[in-house]
Design a binder for this molecule. Structure first.
Ligand SMILES: [Zn+2]
Length: 128
């Protein structure tokens, strides 16, 4: 089941919610700390960290993400490309397509909508 990360716009906490694909879009996630519904979706580090690799863990800590502007698709694209290189794994065509499109400045939302199955709980397909 996919895990989604949000930043609560109200209390600024990181919120991690497990939402089934069927539920997603139907339910409105609320912050467990302050019940605010103003949650902003974050890059899904949880799904990416399925690997038990320790190197991965260190890459996934907050400092590794501090250089990313979540509102800047290009910086997200650069980050994702760097990460896939460091993992030394082929993340699949969808991943590469998303990275390419992020780097060209396309918004994650628009990319997500145009790639069927993205966000489903499939390997390599649940990284945003
Ligand atoms: Zn909150």
């Amino acid at each position: 089941m996919p895990v989604y990360e949000f930043r609560c716009q109200s209390c600024r906490r990181l919120v991690r919610l497990t939402i089934s694909f069927a539920e997603y879009g139907k339910t409105e996630p609320a912050c467990p700390h302050c019940q605010s519904k103003e949650l902003k979706r974050r890059i899904n580090r949880v799904a990416l960290a399925k690997s038990e690799d320790a190197r991965m863990d260190s890459m996934m800590d907050e400092s590794a993400l501090s250089g990313i502007d979540e509102d800047d698709p290009k910086s997200m694209g650069r980050f994702m490309r760097k990460m896939s290189r460091e993992m030394g794994e082929d993340m699949g065509d969808d991943f590469n397509e998303v990275v390419d499109r992020l780097e060209s400045g396309e918004s994650p939302e628009s990319i997500e909508q145009s790639i069927p199955g993205l966000g489903a709980d499939t390997p390599g397909g649940d990284f945003m």
